[in-house]
Design a protein around this ligand. Sequence first.
Ligand code: 5GP
Length: 183
Amino acid sequence: MVILISGPSGAGKSTIIKALMDRHKNLKLIKTFTTREKRTQEDDSHFFVSKKEFEELINSKKLFEFENVHDDIFYGTPLSVLEEVLEGKNNFIKDIDVKGMLKLKKFFNGKAKVFTIFLDNNDQILAQRLKARGESEEMINKRISRAKMERDYLDEYDMYLICDDIQKTVDKIEDFIGFENFA
Ligand code: 5GP
């Protein structure tokens, strides 16, 4: 089983992913390769690489897909992990933009169970959270306008959730997916 979570920056995707992984020990993160800066020195939620390293990953066909999500900041899914997903020994979760989600959904069609969730919040709250995270005004605006584009794809998702309370959001996701699928 694979859970794909999309939604604007600041919606709470990382927090919800972490909460779900804390509760379900066989839920593994599909880590993203990215050229974005780490938010904290200890941040190991992504594989952080330089632009040159990212280009090498593309050229050596090590990425299943990638997107230039925020004006020159790249994010991509490692190809190697998909084999592991198909083995079916563990469940997986991934933060991914709408375009990447569509590609992964197509890839897993008929091979693995996929649940797609769009986590959202209103732009004012998103902006507040991004500011608290130390993002510049320019970056906040870029991320908010990206959110508007991503909402055009809501029909492609199995579930749409406003993430205003972590526990309630986790409960709703678990109810929707069903405990049998987490086993
Ligand atoms: P950030 O968290 O840096 O503000 O924004 C990251 C954006 O890139 C989010 O929209 C997230 O869903 C998306 N993203 C993260 N990992 C991947 C990936 O591997 N592939 C694609 N296509 N998008 C990703």
